[in-house]
Design a protein around this ligand. Sequence first.
Ligand code: FAD
Length: 396
Amino acid sequence: MLIIDKQRCTGCGVCIERCPFNALTVVENMAQVDEAVCTLCGACAKQGVCPYEAITLIREKRGKDATPLEAYKNVWVFAEQRKGVIQSVVYELLGKARELAAARGQEVWAILLGHNIGHKAHELIARGADKVIVMEHESLEHFEDGTYSNAIARLCEKYKPEIVLCGATTIGRALIPRVAVQLRTGLTADCTGLHIDGEKGLLVQTRPAFGGNIMARILCPNHRPQMATVRHKVFAEAVADSRRVGEVIKEPFDTRDHFGMSRVVDVVEILEDTVNLTEANIIVSGGRGMKGPENFQLLHDLAKALGGAVGASRAAVDEGWIPYSHQVGQTGKTVNPKVYIACGISGQIQHLVGMQSSDIIVAINKDPEAPMMKIATIGLCGDLFEIVPELIKQLK
Ligand SMILES: Cc1cc2nc3c(=O)[nH]c(=O)nc-3n(C[C@H](O)[C@H](O)[C@H](O)COP(=O)(O)OP(=O)(O)OC[C@H]3O[C@@H](n4cnc5c(N)ncnc54)[C@H](O)[C@@H]3O)c2cc1C
C-alpha cells in the first residue's frame, strides 16, 4: 500500500516525475495515487525522492488473509528465448521440472514471452511442458527487465505456481529477482541441485556458498512461489519427444506492464568464437601461466586442431589478455565439456566450480602441487610453451 502523509506533502510534484506509470497527480496541493495504475514499484517511496518524506510504501506481509500455500500448484520454467531461439538452459530446466512435478503430483508449465513467438510452444511441449503460457506483444520483442518482470509477476499472481525456475543467464539474473521482489517471496540464485523434500514437500535448493567450501541447502517454507535460478549445463537436457501433447494458453499483454523507464534501441552481439563455450565438447583454457595476450594464439591453435573452444581463468581476463566472455568459474561461465584442458591455471576453487564436472580434465602445469594437477584425470607436468606446441604438432 502506498501512503501519502497529508501533514507532510506540500504538493511539490517531485514524485510525479519519478513515477514510471503516471500513477501520481497533484490535486489541490496534495499528491494523489491512482491505485488502479500504481504497481507499487516503490520508485516514488525511495529515500531521497520526496524532499518531505511524505511517501511510504508498506509491503503486505503474509497474514491470515493471504492465499494459503496449498493453493499454489505446478512447476514453472521461464522459457528464455533470444531472437526467437529457445535457449538450451530451458530444456535443462524442463528436464528437472518434470522430476520435481512428478514428486509433487503436479504439472510442468513453460512461460514464453516475445513477439511472434507462439509457434515455439510445441518445442517446449516436446521437451516436457504440459502447458505453455504464451504472451506476445511488440513490447516483448526484446528482453526488458522491467516489462518482463511485471508481466511474469502478474501471471504468477493469476495462476499461483508453487515453483518457478529460470536459467542463471544474464537475462535470468536481471529478470527473476525483480519478479521475486514483486511477489514478496524468496529466490535462491545459481543452484546446482534441486529436489523435493520427502517430508514437507518443499523445494530443497542446493548451491555452493563461501567460495564452494560448503553446499548450502536453502528452503522457502513460508512464501510462494519457491524460486530458483540454475546455471547452464548443471542439469541434463530433457530429450525431445514430438509425440507429447500439451495445452497452449494465450495470455494478453497488459500495456500497464510496459515499464517505460528504458528502451532497447539496438541489440549488438559480441562476436565470439565460432564455438560457444558453454556448448563446446572440448575446451582449451589458459590462465596466468600464459604470460601474455599474444600467447593465447597457441590455445586457439590447439582448440582449432581439436574442434573446441577457448576458455580462460579470471586472472587472464583481468589482465586483459582475453575478453570476459571466455571466463570460466564462479563469476564466469559454468562448463561441462567432455575434455577440459587447463593450461597454466592453478585451479583455485572459484575456477574449479565452473569446470570440475568436465568428464576428462587435462592439467598442463609446471607445478605438480597445483590444485588443478590434483583433480586432473591426466596431469602433464612441465612448461606449457613446450607441451602445447608439441600437442598441436602431433594432432596435425
Ligand atoms: C569472488 C571471486 C570470484 C572469482 N571468480 C573466478 C572465476 O570465475 N574464474 C576464475 O578463474 N577465477 C576466479 N577468481 C579468482 C581465483 O581465485 C584465482 O585468482 C584465479 O582463478 C587464478 O587464475 P590462474 O590459475 O590463471 O592464476 P594463478 O593462480 O596465478 O596460476 C597460474 C598457474 O600457472 C602455472 N604456470 C606458470 N607458468 C607456467 C608455464 N610456463 N607452464 C605451465 N604452467 C605454468 C603456475 O604453476 C600456476 O599454477 C575469483 C576470485 C574471487 C575472490
